[in-house]
Design a protein. Structure first.
Length: 259
């Protein structure tokens, strides 16, 4: 029996409200009719009659952030240094052996929006599925935000990880984590309001800043985590190789074990 593959990635769509306004992806589509005209730059004597049905190639021009769509953050995104002073890794420096491994899905989707996940929450979720984290596991969190994908609400929905919960996971030998929310941290609008009230700098981007102490790679904007079991699958997350970048797009895929 062949293994089953489940796509855990969102599609990058033109101006879909999946990011703040200044970061929205923009895609210019050139259809086959337009392609027939652009082919003349390579074949000056070409006429439409020389092409199948008078049509040429289709091409898209994309303008987008490296953090658009389902993507992976590198330690460089969080800070210039990691692991107590070592230069932070950029996305093209990610060890390839970390790009696949046993997937572990932890479900926090019943937590209220803006909830700050703590180490005890992680342990409780692991206990619920009967799993003990081991080196090389890839931890994927259901935040509750995915149901709002494609709407402006998405940016302020779901639970997120605090510093302590992040380090608690990493200290068990995990190098890669992921979430179906916009950010690994609690939603930024929620944290901004808390900061306005408390002026506590420790809550600002604390899950990401945990990478200064313990370097790690982080996936955001996953989808369809409800379609995979808590364990028993292999997760693939190879990033596009962009020199010196803080992040890159991935095609996140779960391969379920054969029965």
């Amino acid at each position: 029996m062949s293994p089953q593959f489940i796509d855990l990635s969102v599609a990058i769509e033109h101006e879909l409200p999946s990011d703040p306004p200044g970061m929205l992806p923009r895609i210019t589509y050139m259809d086959h009719k337009t392609g027939a005209q652009t082919m003349k730059a390579f074949f000056p004597d070409l006429t439409p009659d020389d092409l199948p049905a008078g049509l040429g190639w289709a091409v898209e021009i994309c303008t987008l952030s490296t953090h658009a769509g389902t993507h992976m953050d590198a330690p460089w995104h969080y800070h210039p240094y990691m692991d107590g002073g070592k230069p932070a890794l950029t996305i093209d420096q990610m060890p390839l052996e970390w790009c696949m491994g046993p997937g572990v899905v932890l479900d926090f989707s019943q937590k209220p929006d803006g909830y700050r996940i703590e180490p005890a929450d992680v342990d409780q979720a692991l206990q619920k599925i009967g799993h003990t984290l081991k080196p090389g596991d890839i931890v994927l969190a259901r935040s509750g935000a995915d149901r709002y994908w494609g709407t402006p609400e998405y940016l302020s929905r779901g639970a997120g990880f605090g510093r302590d919960a992040t380090l608690h996971i990493l200290e068990q030998g995990v190098h890669v984590v992921g979430t179906d929310a916009w950010s690994w941290d609690p939603p930024l609008p929620v944290v901004a309001e808390r900061f306005k009230q408390t002026h506590d700098p420790a809550i600002v981007w604390e899950g990401h800043f945990a990478g200064i102490e313990h370097g790690y790679f982080q996936i955001e904007k996953l989808m369809n985590l409800h379609q995979v079991p808590p364990t028993g699958f292999t997760f693939f997350c190879f990033p596009v190789k962009i020199k010196g970048a803080s992040a890159s797009w991935i095609r996140a895929v779960a391969m379920l074990e054969e029965k």
